[in-house]
Design a binder for this molecule. Structure first.
Ligand SMILES: [Fe+2]
Length: 174
């Protein structure tokens, strides 16, 4: 929906759709002892964890149809102020599709229950994301746009979201 709101062409929407599934695929190369560790990771373990975007890019690169998705996979942990990884890109150097995926991914993470944390309500999640914009981490235009899209499509409207995902599924499988 964020991609649509920005008027992106259908190839980009397809890449976002695929990136939604594939951006963390590099985690299959991360040892379970790190992936499922309870509590804080050590500096060395973080180093390994931070290899998952480049690893994912490597895994997907042999598939030509996934080439447009590679910048999403590689770039989804970059930060607007250049403090992210793996390349330390800043601002619009970070591929737009990666920035879009990241905003949706963070919202999803914040509003989903995990073994180590409760799910936040949408407004609380937006507050966290706005704080991250103030810290310089996130795209200052995409985050408010995303919040306004979600607020005008409350979860009661899930059926239309499912319908649009189904359309995408059909389009991608053609
Ligand atoms: Fe990731």
């Amino acid at each position: 929906m964020l991609g649509e709101a920005l008027g992106l062409p259908s190839q980009d929407l397809t890449s976002l759709y695929r990136g939604g599934f594939l951006h963390d695929i590099g985690k299959i190369g991360i040892p379970d002892a790190i992936l499922f560790k309870r509590g804080m990771l050590t500096a060395e373990e973080w180093e390994v964890m931070r290899s998952h975007p480049a690893l994912g890019e490597e895994i997907c690169r042999p598939m030509r149809s996934l080439w447009p998705v590679l910048p999403i996979i590689r770039g989804h942990h970059e930060r607007w102020d250049g403090s992210g990884y793996p390349d330390g890109l800043a601002g619009e150097e970070i591929p737009l599709l990666a920035r879009i995926l990241q905003v949706a991914d963070i919202y999803d993470a914040l509003t989903t229950e995990r073994p180590y944390k409760l799910a936040l309500a949408p407004d609380a999640a937006f507050a966290v994301m706005e704080e991250e914009v103030r810290r310089g981490w996130r795209d200052p235009e995409l985050v408010p746009l995303f919040a306004s899209i979600i607020q005008t499509h409350p979860s009661a409207d899930l059926t239309s979201l499912e319908a649009s995902l189904e359309n995408m599924r059909v389009a991608v499988s053609r």
